[in-house]
Design a protein around this ligand. Structure first.
Ligand SMILES: [Fe+2]
Length: 242
């Protein structure tokens, strides 16, 4: 299995606090059946991690995983928060962002939790990214109260070509009742979805198998397989670059 959203790089953002914690998370993931993890540290106005910083950290962690004999491969990425679409486009065009796999096929976006920070032209930005032949994947839309209150906001982003990434912890109830309900509704509504963990540490490290098991039970095995295949297509696009 593949995890497309994970804060496993140690001591770089609010994810793994030490190398030991990163290795413990990787060990847990390997036991869960995860073979590839996209490391997606934050890129927002407080922790603004760019590819020049992220890529060497990915190399270092892969070296440590080999030494520790943990059969997991880390791929580069980042979770880019969009509040100002002009600034986003400027940095995008400057080539400083670390998209998934450090490629130009998929990128992981998030929005601020505050509704007033949600860009009014977010759907236009999604269309612009698609016009660059890249697919934006929206991190944890099920966790935003403004998407619960105004589903048309998310619908506009999906109509513009974004995929949605639902979080395993939401589906299994670890983020409370509302993200769980919203996560299920989004998986029912939007075909182009993926699952990921958004793991930050050992107490927030769900693995992927619990998510796929939940989907198999509630939405059927075909949907579970479909979600896995879509995640594998993101990995395939990244691996062709290696
Ligand atoms: Fe995240």
């Amino acid at each position: 299995m593949i995890d497309l959203h994970c804060h496993i790089l140690p001591m770089i953002d609010d994810g793994a606090a030490s190398l030991n914690e990163a290795l413990a998370m990787a060990r847990f993931c390997a036991t869960d059946g995860i073979t590839h993890i996209f490391a997606t540290p934050h890129c927002h106005k407080y922790v603004h991690l760019l590819r020049d910083t992220i890529l060497p950290h990915v190399v270092l962690l892969n070296e440590q995983l080999k030494i520790a004999n943990i059969p997991v491969t880390i791929l580069p990425g980042s979770e880019i928060q969009v509040t100002d679409t002009i600034e986003y486009r400027r940095e995008f065009e400057a080539g400083v962002y670390c998209h998934l796999g450090d490629r130009k096929d998929f990128t992981l976006l998030e929005f601020n939790w505050a509704c007033d920070q949600f860009p009014s032209d977010a759907a236009e930005l999604v269309r612009w990214i698609r016009a660059q032949n890249m697919t934006p994947i929206l991190a944890h839309p099920e966790r935003y109260d403004y998407f619960w209150k105004d589903p048309a906001k998310l619908q506009a982003l999906v109509d513009a070509g974004a995929w949605v990434q639902v979080t395993v912890d939401s589906l299994i109830g670890n983020h409370g009742p509302l993200p769980k309900v919203a996560g299920e509704a989004m998986l029912r509504k939007y075909p182009e979805a993926v699952l990921a963990t958004d793991a930050h540490n050992m107490s927030r490290c769900s693995g992927m198998s619990a998510g796929y098991a939940w989907v198999r039970e509630h939405l059927g095995p075909a949907r579970s397989d479909d979600l896995r295949i879509r995640a594998e297509s993101v990995l395939a696009s990244a691996i062709t670059a290696l």
